[in-house]
Design a protein around this ligand. Structure first.
Ligand SMILES: [Zn+2]
Length: 63
């Protein structure tokens, strides 16, 4: 399966386009593993670990 879905290296959010909508970086990676969907960042243990404070779809690991 071809992975052409890109993830921001800085905040690990899934990006559709050439720039990250969260931090504005264009440092994207298509080498990632795992998906975490954060709905409620303040209550989520995963988002605390990842340092995420916006709801959205994130990759667990990004290279
Ligand atoms: Zn970003």
């Amino acid at each position: 399966m071809k992975k052409d879905i890109k993830v921001c290296r800085k905040c690990r959010v899934f990006v559709s386009g050439k720039q990250c909508a969260v931090c504005g970086e264009s440092d994207l990676s298509s080498t990632w593993a795992g998906i975490a969907i954060v709905i409620n960042p303040n209550k989520s243990e995963v988002s605390k670990k990842m340092g995420v404070d916006l709801p959205g779809k994130y990759a667990l690991k990004v290279r």
